[in-house]
Design a protein around this ligand. Structure first.
Ligand code: APR
Length: 240
């Protein structure tokens, strides 16, 4: 039993990153086989890149969206779904991930701060729609019927993440902050641990290895998410 499992918390905020979905076969970004080791994010994940070469960007996200057909939630996703179902306190899930594996595992409320792969955003009417597996500059918006305005509903570098006001509210009243499978290199998410600490929360990092922000966390659990998250959820549910 560790500090985060030998007392009851009223309000837990859990931030997740690519490491949560790694064992489902979804590539992370900065690990040796990571996406940004193979591609330059400045060519694929900025508004400027999209303006410069939209078909390259459509292709990249169509391929990532197609890959989602072949992956399934892993034990860590399922453990978090169980925590949301069975924990007597409040559990708020915010994720940097754009896959829907938490929802597939049964999590009903997931705050996607970096957007979602399976959603298209129309830059003409501002509406969102379920994205076809593959769409491009000729695709029509189901709301305004205009073509040429659909973009992946992904928050790119240089853009403001979604739901920041709600996230800040949650961080300000959390008594436990947990980060799972994130390298702590991308802000504002990488700064959440400090904000939660300033508001008095105990902080726990669950990651394969120590992240860039490891020094800010009170507690660490290192190892694959499928093992560490499942173990931690088991303990915290037993301790409540
Ligand atoms: N279990 C637990 N942690 C893991 C596992 C695993 N099986 N595999 C990898 N990790 C850890 C790595 O050690 C690393 O610290 O997950 C982290 C993944 O880090 P990144 O690849 O940097 O992903 P993330 O932190 O989610 O990236 C943040 O950057 O590219 C942008 O918008 C994108 O949301 C993304 C953001």
């Amino acid at each position: 039993m560790s500090h985060s499992t030998c007392r009851r918390f009223d309000h837990i905020v859990i931030l997740s990153g690519a490491g949560l979905s790694a064992e489902s076969g979804v590539a992370t970004f900065r690990d040796p086989e990571g996406i940004w080791q193979q591609y330059d994010p400045m060519d694929l994940a900025t508004p400027e890149a999209f303006a410069r070469n939209p078909s390259l960007v459509y292709e990249f996200y169509n391929a990532r969206r197609k890959q989602l057909d072949d992956v399934a939630p892993n034990a860590a996703h399922c453990a978090l779904a169980r925590l949301c179902r069975e924990y007597q306190g409040r559990v708020f899930l915010v994720t940097q991930n754009v896959d829907d594996l938490l929802e597939q595992a049964g999590c009903s409320e997931v705050c996607h701060m970096h957007g979602e792969l399976q959603v298209a955003l129309c830059t003409h009417c501002g509406e969102r729609s379920i994205a076809a597996t593959a769409f491009d500059g000729d695709s029509q918006c189901v709301h305004c019927s205009e073509a040429g305005g659909l973009r992946p509903d992904i928050v790119w570098f240089g853009e403001t993440p979604y739901h920041m006001a709600a996230i800040e509210r949650e961080l300000s009243t959390a008594d436990l902050f947990v980060a799972i499978g994130t390298s702590g290199t991308v802000y504002p998410a990488a700064g959440f641990v400090q904000e939660a600490r300033w508001c008095g929360a105990h902080t726990l990092e669950i990651n394969l290895e120590s992240s860039e922000r490891a020094d800010v966390f009170d507690e660490h659990r290192f190892g694959p998410a499928t093992e560490q998250v499942t173990q931690w959820v088991e303990e915290i549910l037993a301790g409540q």
